[in-house]
Design a protein around this ligand. Structure first.
Ligand code: ATP
Ligand code: MG
Length: 218
């Protein structure tokens, strides 16, 4: 018999670990009419699975399994590593910088494909150290450290520079709030690799405006 263990319970979903799989189960909202609730949960699950599928083809993200038995669940591989919200600060600064360059590179690729993540915080990122000592692989890319980006629950497709700037803005805020010791150094590393995206300059220009607006809001 397969056992399912609840490993996280967010506002939108319950996350179960079952063998080496994750099941993300979008939970009922009792304030919605049941029929409507079911429709919304199915629609959002479908959208998230689609984005996850696309993302997993271009960056390190868990590739969802097709045809889930239940239409408001996503089944995907369990990414066994260190959640960056909890562990990023433990690494040497050089390592933190390297991790942030990988994050920047992944965002560049996502934005190149007009995928907006929508929730770029370090709790949606898992660091998987390399398998340098592994006897199981000779492939170079399997020997490198990886940063997996999860949770496309708030994601969407957009070509808009504004949406991309806001995406980066969220990450900047997340680093400032959670990893405040070195956040200014770290976001610079993100930007360095983000520059691989051909419209990155325009996005980063827009980011300044997004930030100005934020400041005058209060
Ligand atoms: N494929 C996976 N591999 C390993 N851990 C995972 C995986 N998917 C989710 N998790 C864990 O479960 C947590 C919540 O998952 P996720 O962010 O997708 O759901 P959520 O309901 O949107 O959560 P939140 O509202 O907290 O952002 C993640 O932060 C991560 O710790
Ligand atoms: Mg999340």
């Amino acid at each position: 018999m397969t056992s399912q263990k609840l490993i996280a319970h967010g506002a939108e979903a319950k996350i179960f670990l079952s063998n080496n799989f994750i099941i993300k189960d979008r939970i009922k909202k009792s304030y919605r009419i049941p029929e409507l609730d079911e429709k919304i949960r199915k629609r959002r699950t479908k959208s998230e699975a689609k984005l996850l599928q696309k993302a997993s083809e271009i960056i390190n993200s868990p590739k969802p399994f097709f045809k889930p038995e239940i239409s408001y669940q996503i089944k995907m591989p369990f990414i066994d590593g260190k959640k960056l919200s909890e562990h990023l600060d433990e690494f040497s600064l050089a390592k933190q910088k390297q991790i942030c360059r990988q994050i920047g590179e992944s965002i560049a690729k996502l934005h190149e494909h007009d995928i907006i993540h929508g929730d770029l915080t370090t709790s949606n990122m898992i660091y998987v150290p390399n398998k340098k000592d592994s006897v199981f692989t000779n492939r170079d890319d399997e020997r490198k450290d990886k940063v997996f980006i999860l949770d496309f629950g708030l994601g969407f497709i957009s070509k808009k520079i504004e949406d991309k700037a806001v995406d980066i803005h969220l990450l900047k805020q997340a680093l400032e709030a959670k990893h405040f010791k070195h956040w200014e150094i770290l976001i610079k590393e993100v930007f360095k690799e983000y520059e691989k995206y051909k419209y990155s300059k325009t996005v980063l220009e827009r980011l300044k405006e997004v930030e100005k607006r934020g400041r005058y809001k209060h």
